[in-house]
Design a protein around this ligand. Structure first.
Ligand code: ATP
Ligand code: MG
Length: 700
């Protein structure tokens, strides 16, 4: 049951009376929560301007509440109406029964199906349908190379041609509906083109981030047994060159040793990085993209019409908690859910220019680089490189160059740009920006405010979207215009999402509270299984709390009904009987002006249960000192309470992160407790050398 009630509605009235901002009534907010969400410095909620709301898809809270209520009470009708009116289907499903589900493991196998019997194709919906609507000449993609000044673009018609050629080639070499293809490409336009080509012919793509090592790539190949691999010779990311084909060859040797060999490897020639003659090559298996693809017809590539429940892709999770899981999404539900969330979460308008810094190797790169935007006929910007290369201003240079109006990124980048200083942002105008977005980790309120004030000039709402690879797209998320935002809160559930907080026993907590975030009932974008391991799927997500999808994340609901993700429950700190999320303590540390980034963990302690250790990265140029350690602890004492003050603060030049930029706390836990032989799976670690510095620091 939705909990936004009187205080949200009160805002509607106030919005008409006040201008840009209203104070949250302090007495209305639970004490602990208040400090967590607002920090000590400011007590504001960010209210979208009236001007913004007037043009927004969801201009007020009442409109959201009406739609939300209907989505929960009549899910089949709600989703059938959207699916039928906003997407193309060759044949529709039974509108009175849009879904079948069993989420209760005590009653049988877990099963989720949406729009079963409906026949469609997501590539057709992303491209052909837009061309038929007269948008063939609209730019689908602007591509910005790693080096400034290197660029390209494709209209929707060009995109169709390129996708068709790749689709025709794949068919010609024998790829059939249901075959798996691994895509290991950098952020060049051929990456979304490859994804769309697979979808067009009914093949299942599995994109592996092109920064993963040969072991990690091999691990995924062995798991999903692809027929074809698409890659390129080498790629530039910032100042580094990554020799992808060398990595691929090593991975293919490993996978062959595990009884899976690949007969076809399509290699894009990235001319600026590595010469053909220097690229390792296996005759008979390897083919240059540029040699074969242009030979195929661009004018026709018949669409493979598939059932809504036919698989679309599988994608491995980031691996923050351990070995990555091969998440499988099917076609119809995923299409409807990403397309619809994209429209509302970013308040997307046809005139928008949309840029997400996510790589197609992650969930965000599937839903919010490729599929969500193209389903909405958007113009997207794709950037090959890293967003702060060659300097901290690159992001805003790109924003100004393409007149980006919707900008979506991750907290890790926001924190790093914040650390580099406002001057790099202010050099650029950024007046085109309208909506900002963040996902992937809890965004610390301090980073949120910086993003809001400095990047968005206090003008652009921030959509802090909570979701997972497994959920397909945003689940708890602001809808710009619909309600005031609180820095650090993902706010409210999206349409059709019954987000609940349960206690240890699995009992739902009504109203204010702190517990485990679960989803009751399915939603169209839910994962259907873990590839080849339905049992692991059931155990991971449905066993802990029978009847619910368990997210693995902790969550607080405040007095106003806002949701606050407190971090992963595996990382929860338990000190002298106080259970506290990592996000809360880390956000307090980041609010200290000398702290750029922080990670906290708990290690076993005889008396207290756990002892808190913090790893802190300081702002450039700030010297380490005992006084500073004390001052950081004091910040936590003031903002949260003495019990949460860390016993140890370790200095970290850098924190260990996954390749998608998430802090790997499980690794820090092992380092702090000196159990180095138990560090576990580090294949998802972006930079293994970070560990040596941290280990040395602990020993000193
Ligand atoms: P694995 O499941 O293999 O450990 P992962 O959970 O890091 O990997 P993803 O699916 O990429 O893989 O990340 C989803 C997780 O990211 C969520 O469960 C949550 O912990 C975190 N997260 C994502 N968005 C937000 C957000 N807006 N606020 C807070 N946390 C977020
Ligand atoms: Mg996860």
């Amino acid at each position: 049951q939705l909990k936004i009630t009187s205080s949200e509605l009160k805002w509607e009235k106030e919005r008409n009376e006040t201008e840009e901002k209203v104070d949250i009534n302090k007495d209305n907010i639970n004490h602990n929560v208040e400090e967590f969400l607002l920090g000590s410095e400011e007590d504001e909620a960010m209210v979208p301007s009236q001007q913004f709301c007037l043009k927004a898809h969801i201009p007020n809270t009442q409109k959201y509440m009406d739609m939300y209520k209907r989505s929960i009470e009549e899910p089949s009708e709600f989703w059938s109406e959207i699916a039928s009116s906003e997407f193309y289907w060759k044949k529709e499903w039974d509108h009175n029964q849009a879904f079948n589900e069993n989420l209760d493991i005590t009653k049988g196998n877990i099963n989720i199906e949406w729009f079963k019997g409906g026949i469609t194709n997501i590539c057709y919906n992303c491209i052909d349908r837009n061309i038929e609507a007269g948008l063939g000449d609209k730019i689908a993609m602007y591509w910005e190379g790693n080096e400034p000044g290197v660029q390209a673009s494709l209209t929707y018609t060009n995109l169709l041609h390129q996708v068709s050629q790749v689709g025709n080639y794949l068919r010609d070499i024998g790829v059939k509906k249901g075959d798996t293809i691994v895509i290991y490409l950098p952020m060049i336009m051929e990456l979304p083109i490859a994804m769309l080509a697979c979808a067009r012919i009914g093949a299942i793509h599995s994109v592996v981030f092109a920064g993963f090592s040969s072991e990690s790539l091999a691990q995924r190949i062995i798991d999903c047994k692809p027929k074809v691999l698409m890659t390129c010779n080498a790629a530039k990311r910032g100042s580094k060159t990554i020799f992808l084909k060398h990595i691929v060859d090593a991975a293919l040797i490993q996978s062959a040793n595990h009884a899976h060999s690949i007969d076809s490897c399509l290699v894009y020639e990235n001319k600026s990085t590595l010469k053909r003659e220097n690229t390792p090559w296996k005759e008979g298996r390897d083919v240059w993209w540029q040699d074969v693809i242009p030979k195929y017809s661009k004018s026709t590539c018949n669409v493979e019409w598939v059932d809504a429940e036919d698989p679309l892709f599988l994608l491995y999770t980031s691996g923050s908690a351990g070995k990555p899981k091969g998440v499988l999404h099917t076609t119809g539900g995923y299409m409807v859910y990403v397309g619809t969330t994209f429209k509302y979460v970013f308040d997307f308008k046809p005139s928008d220019i949309y840029w997400s810094t996510a790589d197609c190797g992650w969930g965000a790169g599937h839903g919010y680089v490729t599929y969500g935007p193209l389903l909405n006929a958007a113009t997207i910007v794709i950037h090959e490189g890293v967003a702060n290369y060659p300097n901290s201003g690159r992001c805003w240079e790109i924003v100004d160059k393409y007149k980006v109006s919707v900008f979506f990124t991750a907290p890790t980048l926001i924190r790093s740009l914040m650390r580099d200083g406002d001057q790099h942002v202010r050099r650029y105008s950024r007046t085109s920006l309208r909506v900002l977005g963040s996902a992937g980790e809890p965004i610390n309120p301090t980073a949120w405010r910086w993003f809001y004030k400095v990047v968005g000039d206090s003008r652009c709402p921030i959509s802090d979207t909570w979701w997972q690879t497994e959920t397909g797209a945003a689940m708890i998320t602001p809808i710009p215009g619909a309600w005031p935002l609180k820095p650090g809160s993902a706010t409210f559930p999206f349409f059709g999402v019954k987000a609940v907080i349960v206690d240890e026993e699995g009992k739902e907590i009504e109203g204010e509270g702190n517990g485990y975030l679960c989803i009751k009932g399915s939603w169209p974008g839910a994962l259907r299984t873990l590839y080849g391991d339905h049992e692991r799927y059931e155990t991971t997500y449905f066993k802990q709390f029978p009847g619910y999808y368990f997210t693995g994340d902790g969550c607080i609901r405040d007095k106003d009904g806002y949701f606050w993700i407190t971090g992963r429950v595996d990382d929860v700190l338990n000190v002298s009987g106080h259970r506290i999320g990592t996000a809360e303590v880390e956000s307090a540390l980041v609010s200290h002006s000398h702290c750029a980034e922080a990670a906290v963990i708990g290690i076993d302690h005889e008396v207290k249960g756990q002892s808190i250790h913090a790893f802190v990265t300081l702002v450039e140029g700030v010297p380490q000192s005992e006084e500073l350690r004390e001052s950081l602890k004091q910040t936590i004492r003031t903002q949260i309470g003495a019990f949460a003050a860390p016993d140890k603060i370790h200095w970290a030049n850098e924190l260990p992160k996954t390749r998608s930029g998430k802090i790997l706390r499980r690794v820090l836990r092992k380092i702090a407790s000196k159990q180095l032989d138990e560090i576990g799976d580090t294949s998802t670690l972006a930079d293994p050398t970070v560990l040596d510095q941290l280990i040395a620091q602990i020993d000193s």
